[in-house]
Write a protein that binds this ligand. Structure first.
Ligand code: SF4
Ligand code: F3S
Length: 112
């Protein structure tokens, strides 16, 4: 029952989450992060740390799409444990609808 990164992370990518995860299970794409579902120990510490409220427990409804995306890209993207500055326009993207369709990038981020 892992936690899952969802749509509002895209182009916000605040990265506060990576600093608190006790098992370092965040992986970095070009403009969002994902959680490795087999590594997450379901501690819940990251959820309140995300300014964009993008992290959800997978017990919430309608997260199937995000569970699949987190599982897929956690295998493709590099691990990240050190917070860097968010995008300069992160605030402008916070809460914007349709980010998955318009702005999701499969490209990997830089990682640690
Ligand atoms: Fe890491 Fe805990 Fe968040 Fe899972 S719930 S990603 S183990 S901080
Ligand atoms: Fe994304 Fe929130 Fe972490 S915006 S990078 S899940 S702090």
């Amino acid at each position: 029952m892992p936690y899952v990164v969802t749509e509002n992370c895209i182009k916000c990518k605040y990265m506060d989450c990576v600093e608190v995860c006790p098992v370092d299970c965040f992986y970095e794409g070009a403009n969002m992060l994902v959680i490795h579902p087999d590594e997450c120990i379901d501690c819940g510490v990251c959820e309140p740390e995300c300014p964009a409220e993008a992290i959800k427990p997978d017990t919430e409804p309608d997260l199937e799409k995000w569970m699949a995306l987190n599982a897929e890209y956690a295998q493709l993207w590099p691990n990240v444990t050190v917070k860097r500055d968010p995008p300069a326009d992160a605030k402008e993207w916070d809460g914007k609808p349709g980010k998955l369709e318009a702005h999701f990038s499969p490209e990997p981020g830089q990682g640690d």
